[in-house]
Design a protein around this ligand. Structure first.
Ligand code: FAD
Length: 436
């Protein structure tokens, strides 16, 4: 079939949902254009390891053009989508127009700050590569500044790290930060007394961390975090964040220059400008085929989609495995539709949940079976390596982990590059070494 006669499919977003949709479509007689504001795919579940200097940023990104070079009829365009003309079936991105017969929107999610005063401006979210590098720089910068002052009040604020949100990301980052600060950073900064001066605090509004796990695994996680020196503050609601303090509803507060925000997620806020019917949590409700109910040529997948499992009628979680399954499913339904076959409703295959807390400490819930300790942390590693794109990346991550494991070292503890503002979240978290 000539290129002209193939159905034109535009995909917005080259994350888990968009990339797997493109991979599936590449097997068929269609013409695909994938648009992303970055020219690389990011393996988001390991961003916290970049922030905690465990791995290098380049180990978990992969150039999209390189992936597409081996796929037929899939092309890449770099650009931030600013609008979608649903009637005219055109995607608009940075002044360019991309007409489509079918559209897949897989633009992911952004942090949800729940309107808490100062949270956007003064906290550090952990949702994309820029933010994880900014956070890593900030942590190391704080140490450099603490090393240069004898003022105990200033040192206390610089060396207190508060993580808001006891979900998987908050727990994983708290554990990784503790290993970084108790290990190599402690040796780097002999002027700082880790035991007396450094504090890592994990805060959550609920009564435990990892509330989506069974009680036994919740207790295990809390115990292990405490063993690693992380202070746990549960049933605490954040009311305000300033550059020097985080305040809580019960009237208490913690003096700190670092509040890491992992407490909330919503559909990508950019999508509210795209004429799409954005609903609760910034997500877009789709039917059982993953289509917009009144625009059957438009499919939404991944974190941006509010999907209900066709069989169980349960809402599908915002996780990479769901985005991958939805991307493949939407692509297959488009091919079926284009060939006048009947589309299939989406059924989610829940592969389980895993969280790694630190060295030999992890939890996993797979098909109702609970695992913890070394086995769970190994399962986590194997699954994450399996899904990571590119042989080189897999190899580099394995080498980094092996090196960290054997040597207790972290090679990525450099302040580089000095990133500034991330426009979407509107926060300013530049590294301001030497200002205090
Ligand atoms: C720190 C962290 C840890 C996580 N850990 C796990 C885990 O262990 N297991 C798990 O299953 N899930 C995990 N998740 C969740 C998982 O990463 C997401 O569910 C998954 O990435 C969603 O895939 P997606 O395709 O919807 O979005 P993404 O993978 O985020 O991709 C969205 C894409 O859209 C692009 N984009 C955004 N806006 C625009 C625009 N305006 N124009 C063009 N392109 C745009 C982005 O650049 C990006 O490439 C984690 C998430 C985070 C933040």
């Amino acid at each position: 079939m000539s290129d002209e006669n193939r159905p034109k499919i535009v995909i917005v977003g080259g994350g888990f949902g968009g990339l797997t949709a493109a991979k599936e479509l590449a097997k068929h007689e269609v013409k695909v254009t994938l648009i992303d504001k970055n020219n690389y795919h990011v393996f988001v579940p390991m961003l916290y390891q970049v922030a905690a200097a465990e791995i290098d940023s380049h180990d978990i990104i992969y150039p999209l053009r390189d992936i597409f070079s081996t796929w037929d009829h899939v092309s890449f365009k770099l650009g931030a989508v600013n609008n979608i003309d649903l009637d005219g079936k055109v995607v608009k991105s940075d002044g360019k127009e991309y007409p489509y017969d079918y559209l897949i929107v897989a633009a992911g999610s952004t942090s949800n700050f729940f309107g808490i005063s100062g949270a956007i401006e003064h906290s550090f979210p952990l949702k994309n590569m820029e933010q994880s590098i900014v956070l890593r720089n900030h942590v190391i910068c704080n140490y450099e500044q603490a090393d240069q002052t004898n003022d105990p009040e200033v040192r206390k604020k610089l060396l207190t790290f508060v993580i808001v949100g006891g979900g998987a990301t908050g727990v994983e980052f708290a554990g990784a930060l503790s290993e970084l600060l108790r290990g190599p950073v402690r040796t780097d900064f002999p002027s700082i007394d880790y035991e007396k001066e450094v504090k890592i605090v994990l805060v959550d509004a609920l009564k435990s961390s990892v509330p989506f796990m069974p009680d036994r695994l919740q207790n295990y996680t809390n115990e292990k975090l405490q063993e690693m020196g992380v202070e746990l503050h549960f049933n605490k609601m954040v009311t305000e964040i300033t550059p020097d303090k985080v305040s809580f509803k019960d009237g208490s507060s913690i003096d700190t220059k670092t509040v890491v925000w992992t407490a909330g997620v919503q559909g990508n806020i950019a999508a509210s400008d795209w004429n799409l019917p954005v609903g609760r949590g910034g997500r877009i409700a789709v039917n059982e085929f993953l289509q917009l109910p009144d625009r059957p040529e438009v499919y939404i997948v991944g974190d941006l989609a509010a999907v209900t499992d066709f069989k169980t009628e349960k809402p599908i979680p915002m996780v990479a495995t769901a985005a991958i399954q939805e991307g493949t499913h939407a692509a297959r339904n488009i091919v079926k539709d284009a060939n006048k076959y009947r589309k299939k409703p989406f059924v989610y295959n829940d592969k389980g949940q895993m969280v790694v807390i630190g060295r030999n400490r992890g939890i996993a819930l797979i098909k109702g079976r609970q695992f913890n300790g070394f086995i769970a942390s190994m399962l986590w590693m194997v699954v994450h390596i399996y899904f990571l794109i590119g042989f080189k990346n897999k190899l580099l991550v394995i080498i980094s982990w092996a090196w960290d494991y054997i040597s207790f070292q972290r090679l990525g503890r450099t302040i580089f590059p000095a990133l500034k503002k991330e426009p979407e979240d509107g926060y300013n978290a530049s590294c301001d070494c030497g200002k205090n």
